[in-house]
Design a protein around this ligand. Structure first.
Ligand SMILES: N[C@@H](CCC(=O)N[C@@H](CS)C(=O)NCC(=O)O)C(=O)O
Length: 308
């Protein structure tokens, strides 16, 4: 496709003209090149483990994964014992999401995925994928963190779906081109930086007059937005992106981020299925509330040293 206004010599790489039909060339060198494919479906035969609790979470502590483990920890903290769960680590860098068992739970091969073995109707287990679908299902099942009153509920779901629509521009757009792409392309970085700053401004204005994102209640919308936009304003995502975006200047987002981050359930939920960062914050699998005290990677390393 050529256009006189846009000569191929100005393209990147110079002279590039998109072919009539695109074909896949494996390994473009970018981060995640080894797992990205233009096809879906299982690549290996690999059943998933099933633990003793009603809910089985298959995940990794990326922002999308943390949303769900934070909600599960909040439900347990609020006394909903039916929210007990086993959390199994899905190493997306190793391709676990393409195992047959995982694909049966999520045909889209992305974490997080959840099986409910004790659905309310007493029937067969229910599979859940897409973080907002999982969160809505759990909030409805336990009647918590989503208001029942029509207007408050509508506002909560507005912001939950705002997050689902917006974060791909932050992660797949800005984060990818600023931090992960093998080359820095100014056009792409400028475009997505502008959009992310616009999104931060949307949140900042909303949080100027509201304690929580959907008003006076702490809801699944806060839990969905926090792992993405909280990490940005704290400067904990995509290298030095916090400085690049002047993210700390969004004072209301920062105030809300710190308030949510101080919640014990949020701290615990953020550690679940974490296999990177500080060893004391890595809980690869979670099967019991006591695991946070005894099974983090620093404790496991200590006990291995003692027994060696
Ligand atoms: N819209 C999905 C996005 C899930 C998603 O993108 N998960 C990523 C990690 S944050 C993943 O599993 N990537 C593995 C892959 O792309 O193969 C959701 O919210 O659940």
């Amino acid at each position: 496709m050529t256009d006189e206004k846009f000569p191929p010599a100005n393209n990147f790489p110079a002279g590039y003209v998109p072919p009539k039909v695109w074909t896949w060339e494996p390994g473009n060198g970018g981060a995640f090149a080894s797992i990205n494919r233009p096809t879906s479906g299982a690549q290996t035969e690999k059943p998933l483990p099933v633990g003793k609790h009603p809910l089985q979470l298959y995940s990794l502590a990326t922002p999308n994964g943390q949303k769900v483990s934070i909600l599960l920890e909040e439900l347990l903290a609020a006394g909903h014992t039916g929210a007990e769960y086993d959390a199994w680590l899905i190493k997306i860098g190793d391709g676990d999401q393409f195992g047959s068992g995982f694909v049966d739970v999520n045909p889209n091969s992305k974490i997080p995925a959840l099986m409910d073995h004790a659905p309310k109707d007493g029937g067969q287990p229910i599979r859940l994928f897409e973080s907002a679908s999982i969160m809505t299902y759990l909030a409805e099942k336990f009647g918590a963190f989503v208001p029942s009153e029509t207007r408050a509920r509508a506002e909560t779901l507005n912001w939950l779906f705002w997050q689902m629509g917006s974060a791909p521009f932050l992660g797949g757009g800005f984060g990818h081109f600023y931090a992960y792409a093998p080359i820095k392309i100014q056009y792409a970085i400028d475009r997505y930086a502008m959009e992310v700053k616009r999104q931060l401004d949307v949140l900042d204005r909303q949080l100027a007059n509201n304690q929580f994102i959907a008003g006076s209640d702490y809801t699944i919308a806060d839990m969905a937005i926090w792992p993405w936009y909280g990490k940005i304003v704290l400067g904990q995502a995509y290298g030095d992106a916090g400085t690049f975006l002047d993210a700390a200047s969004y004072k209301n987002v920062l105030r809300w981020t710190n308030e949510i981050g101080a919640r014990p359930a949020v701290k615990r939920g953020s550690m679940v299925n974490k296999s990177f960062g500080e060893l004391s914050e890595q809980l690869h699998e979670r099967h019991d509330a006591s695991d946070f005290d005894t099974k983090t990677q620093d404790k496991i390393a200590q006990s291995t040293q003692t027994t060696a």
